[in-house]
Design a protein around this ligand. Structure first.
Ligand code: NI
Length: 174
């Protein structure tokens, strides 16, 4: 398994919609394992493939606490089939927007159909932190970032800050 470099704001690839996975094979499972290792190393609780530069519809999440056993999900071609009427607010962050956090309101529960790492059809009914995390990661597959859910004023400030940081790093892909 390999820890991959993370794609950071404002890299335009983060705004691209990812393509459906056509075949669940060993290469894809290897990529899923790399994503999990990259996520745990960061550390984070969710990662979409686009965040390591692969524009395909796959994400990994694990919202287990430090003192709990790991419970990773590999989620391929997810589709939200239902959302609850209640909303919840969590302070969110993103491995592509390091050290920035903001409260985001989302449906408190969500039902998602997806393929697991064996290519089997699964349904996940999530609430709490897992529901928020899965929605945040599915947003990534559609080129949407959590800062799109906050005020334009705050969003513009974050983008400006990260654009400046990217220039200082000498990142050319802007
Ligand atoms: Ni994110």
């Amino acid at each position: 398994m390999t820890i991959k470099p993370l794609v950071l704001l404002p890299d335009p690839i983060l705004r691209e919609p990812s393509k459906a996975v056509e075949r669940v094979d060993d290469d894809l499972r290897r990529l899923a394992d790399d994503m999990l290792e990259t996520m745990y190393d960061a550390p984070g609780i969710g990662l979409a493939a686009i965040q390591i530069g692969e524009p395909i519809r796959m994400l990994v999440v694990d919202v287990s606490k430090d003192d709990e056993e790991k419970s990773p999900f590999v989620v391929i071609n997810p589709e939200i089939v239902a959302t609850g009427d209640d909303v919840s607010i969590y302070e969110e962050g993103c491995l592509s927007i390091p050290d920035y956090y903001a409260e985001v309101e989302r449906p408190a529960s969500v039902t998602v159909n997806y393929l697991d790492r064996d290519g089997a059809q699964q349904t996940l009914s999530a609430d709490g932190m897992l529901a928020t995390c899965v929605q945040h990661e599915i947003d990534h597959l559609n080129g949407v970032l959590f800062i799109d859910h906050i005020s334009k004023l705050k969003r513009d400030m974050v983008i400006k800050k990260f654009t400046k940081l990217a220039r200082q790093r000498g990142t050319t892909r802007l």
